[in-house]
Each structure stands twice: as C-alpha cells, then as structure tokens.
Design a protein around this ligand. Structure first.
Ligand SMILES: [Zn+2]
Length: 367
C-alpha cells in the first residue's frame, strides 16, 4: 500500500511522533525504489508538488491542530520538510552519479593493451629513383616538362622522324586506342611508347634555348618477364642551343651517372640507331654489382646498358622550325632512360616484377 497522509486527530507528542516516523520511513522506502529518471520525477512530484504533494497535504496538520499544539506541529513539519527535500535531492544525485559512473565505465581504456600500429609509408623505389634522377638534372639547370599518356600518332611517331610505315615503328609494339580507323593516321590515339613526344610539345611552346627533362609513364605491348613490363617509366632529356656538341652530351650523362651511382662509375658510349637522333649512341655504365669484374647481372661483360642518346636529328627540328628551331642555326642532344632499370641497378633488384607486385615485404625495405 502506498503511503497516504493520515488525518490527525490526536496531537499528543506520542501520536505526532508516530505520524512523523511513518511519513519519514515512507519517504526513505520510496526513495530507495527509485531507479530511473522517470521514477525520480514521479517521486519528486508525489512528495513535493505544490498543489497536492505529500508535503502540502501534511501541512494540513497545522490547520487542524488545536492552538496549544500548533507550535509543536509547526516544528515537526519543518523537520519533515527538510528531511523530505534532502531525500528527494539525494535520490536525484544518486541517479546522476549512477549515469556518470556508467559513462566512465563504458569509456574505460585499458592502457595495458598494445596500441594500434600505423605502418610508416615509404616512397616507392621507382618514384624515389625518378625523383633523384630529376633532381640531378635540375641541379644542372634543367626544368621538368610533362605531357599526356594518351598521345596522337603525330607526336609519338611522325614528328619524331618515324614516318608512316617506317620499319623502326615495329620495334615498339604499340597499344592503340580502339575505333580510331576513321581518323587520319597522324590524329589516331595511342598510349605513348616513350616520353619523347613531350620534347616536341615543349619545343612548340618554348623557343630555344631549352633544357628539359620529361619524367613519366610509358606503355608497350611487351610480354612480362624479369626485365620487361608493359608499363614502365622513362626520363627523357633535351638540350637545344647554339653550339651544342656531342661532347656536351657525353659530359652531361657522365656527370649524371656519377651523381646517381657514385663517382667511381665509368660510362661508355656505343654507336646505335634511333630515328630522332643522328648520330645515336647507347650508354653503358660499369657494373655496380661487380664493379666491372663481370657477374650475372652484367652477363660477365662488366658493363650494363642504361640509356639511349644522340644529337637531335635535323629532321626533328624541321617539325618545329616555325617555333625558332632552325637546324642551320641550332643543335641539341636528347637522351632517354628507363627508371625501373636505374632502380634495379641502384638497389640490386633482379626482377622488374617486384616493382609492380605491391608486396609490402619488398616495399617496406625502402621505408
Ligand atoms: Zn657485373
């Protein structure tokens, strides 16, 4: 039975005492049963609501008390009021304290657990080699030029002195974009097979002198093996000015190889052929792995071929003659190297596929 305020008829100290004890024990009992916010609100209203709360009802004892008992009843009522208010207050604090404790519990951190390790990222060896190589040429006053990976036949072949049906086109098995047959050959799109188109694009924009390096991704229809990948990176260079000679080319590349591989590296130039340079050369460096004594990497020769280069063919300047490149007045050299090949030499990697498989065990060695 919930507590109800009795009508007092007997105001003797003993009877008054009993009524006060009953009320106070009721408020303690109800307070201990309060377990939620709604409970707490109901509990507070039941006891303290101004209109018909239990305290208000109990204040009725003052009115019905005979004159000689009024003073005693007043004192006991003040006591009841103080105790009930304190109990309601304490109940509310107990609930808030409880929810704070629950919040603390749910947010508890076990500081003895191992932390979350975030592995350090590392520059990919190809990108690192590319950046290092570009930095070597920047230090010699070269700027960086970039161009599209999807090129036209004109920039990738024709303007580089590969005329249509030129046999040199066969050495670069080209990935062409589909459904281009209705366009003239020079406008057909393909994935660039070298970064050389950037040289033409740059000469169309900048009058001589120019000194640029063109880093970027290139594509060829090569079968995958330990030294070939259908996608790889190249850095090409171009220097055009008056009185540029083959010895400038040799000096520039010799310096670059020493800067990349160490000052004891030797360079060697072999005659070669490229449609866009004349004369042309392949450049080999003394084998980094064996120091030139002969090993598996250099096929016992002590030399490793790393680059192609040559003096820019006057026919190539013919395509940009209107932009200030008069082959009678200026000359230049160009070179190109595969970044993967440089990286493999630099880091002693014997399979180009390692560079593209994304195996973290391999890559984290460069962190
Ligand atoms: Zn060797």
């Amino acid at each position: 039975m919930p507590y109800t305020v009795p009508k007092l008829e007997d105001f003797s100290p003993a009877a008054l005492d009993q009524a006060v004890q009953d009320l106070l024990s009721a408020v303690r009992q109800e307070a201990s049963a309060v377990s939620g916010e709604n409970d707490a609100r109901e509990f507070r209203d039941r006891w303290m609501a101004r209109k018909n709360g239990i305290l208000t009802q109990a204040s009725g004892w003052l009115k019905t008390a005979p004159a000689d008992a009024k003073r005693a009843v007043g004192q006991r009522f003040d006591e009841i009021k103080t105790r009930v208010e304190a109990t309601v207050e304490a109940t509310q604090q107990r609930l808030q304290g409880g929810s704070a404790a629950a919040a603390l519990e749910s947010e508890r951190v076990d500081v003895t657990l191992p932390g979350i390790r975030r592995p350090l990222g590392a520059e990919h060896p190809v990108i690192r080699t590319l950046n290092e190589t570009v930095a070597v040429f920047r230090a010699m006053g070269y700027s960086v030029a970039e161009g599209p990976e999807v090129e036209t036949d004109y920039y990738n072949f024709e303007a580089l002195n590969f005329p249509p049906n030129h046999p040199a086109r066969d050495t670069q098995d080209t990935l062409v974009i589909a459904d281009q047959d209705n366009k003239p050959l020079r406008d057909r799109l393909l994935l660039r097979t070298h970064t050389s188109p950037v040289q033409i694009r740059t000469m169309e924009q900048i009058r001589p002198p120019v000194r640029i390096v063109c880093p970027g991704k290139v594509h060829r229809r090569d079968a995958t093996d330990a030294s070939h990948s259908p996608v790889f990176h190249q850095i090409e260079g171009l220097a055009v000015d008056t009185n540029i000679t083959f010895s400038d080319l040799k000096g520039t590349l010799d310096h670059a190889m020493k800067a990349l591989f160490g000052s004891s590296v030797k360079t060697r130039f072999f005659p070669s052929f490229f449609p866009f340079t004349e004369p042309s050369a392949d450049v080999a460096i003394s084998c980094i792995i064996c120091g030139g004594k002969g090993c598996r990497t250099c096929k016992q020769t002590g030399w490793v071929e790393l680059m192609g280069c040559g003096m820019v063919d006057p026919n190539v300047f013919g395509f940009v003659k209107d932009h200030g490149y008069d082959p009678a007045r200026i000359s230049g050299f160009a070179f190109g190297m595969g970044v993967e090949r440089l990286a493999m030499m630099k880091y002693g990697i014997d399979d180009i596929q390692m560079l593209f498989q994304g195996d973290v065990r391999f890559l984290e060695q460069f962190a």
